[in-house]
Design a protein around this ligand. Structure first.
Ligand code: G3D
Ligand code: MG
Length: 172
């Protein structure tokens, strides 16, 4: 009986919890983006504070009993090898692109392709944010989208969206 009641109690109070990875090359705007989103939600959602450890920022938001955990991983080359340790537990990936950096766009795209090739991310929805849209002469979403869609077979049937944003001024 105790086990039954305990199970019922756990069922009633359990929270749905999702883990969302924020990836992208170093300097793409991952941390600004993460904190901005959380700041915007802060007013109404009262998320717990963002905690920072070496190479990893964690943000948590509770919305209507559902907890969203954002993991912002370091984008430096030496830290990218750690990304796949987080894939198996992830429910979504937000990939940040520096739209003002034409020199690094192919490295960013190749890194994205490596991420989405992981067997642990099969079926996981992908959101590509073409960040730094406030920078004059940056690549617009019309330019970024075809680049990230080049290997459409890697994206496969999962949901994938490319959106123009500016983390700095909080616009999308
Ligand atoms: P990262 O976490 O992906 O490495 P950061 O990147 O969030 O630390 O941002 C890297 C730099 O890009 C920061 O500049 C940040 O202010 C800037 N940045 C991020 N998003 C935007 C944006 O939308 N527009 C512009 N113009 N700049 C942005 P600093 O100078 O602080 O290193
Ligand atoms: Mg960062």
């Amino acid at each position: 009986m105790y086990t039954l009641l305990h199970g019922l109690y756990k069922y009633l109070v359990q929270k749905d919890e999702y883990f969302i990875l924020i990836l992208g090359l170093d300097n793409a705007g991952k941390t600004v983006r993460n904190q901005k989103s959380l700041d915007n939600l802060w007013l109404s959602m009262n998320p717990s504070k963002i905690t920072t450890t070496v190479g990893l920022n964690i943000g948590k938001i509770d919305i209507a009993g559902v907890r969203f955990n954002f993991w912002d991983l370091g984008g430096q080359e030496e830290l990218r090898s750690l990304w796949d340790k987080y894939y198996a537990e992830s429910h979504a990936v937000i990939y940040i692109v520096d739209s003002s950096d034409r020199e690094k766009i192919s490295e960013s795209k190749e890194t994205f392709d490596r991420v989405i090739s992981s067997e642990h991310l099969i079926g996981v929805p992908l959101l590509v944010l073409a960040n730094k849209q406030d920078v004059p002469d940056c690549m617009g979403v019309r330019e970024v989208k075809p680049i990230f869609n080049q290997n459409a077979h890697l994206i496969g049937r999962r949901d994938c969206m490319v959106m123009p944003v500016s983390a700095l001024n909080g616009t999308k």
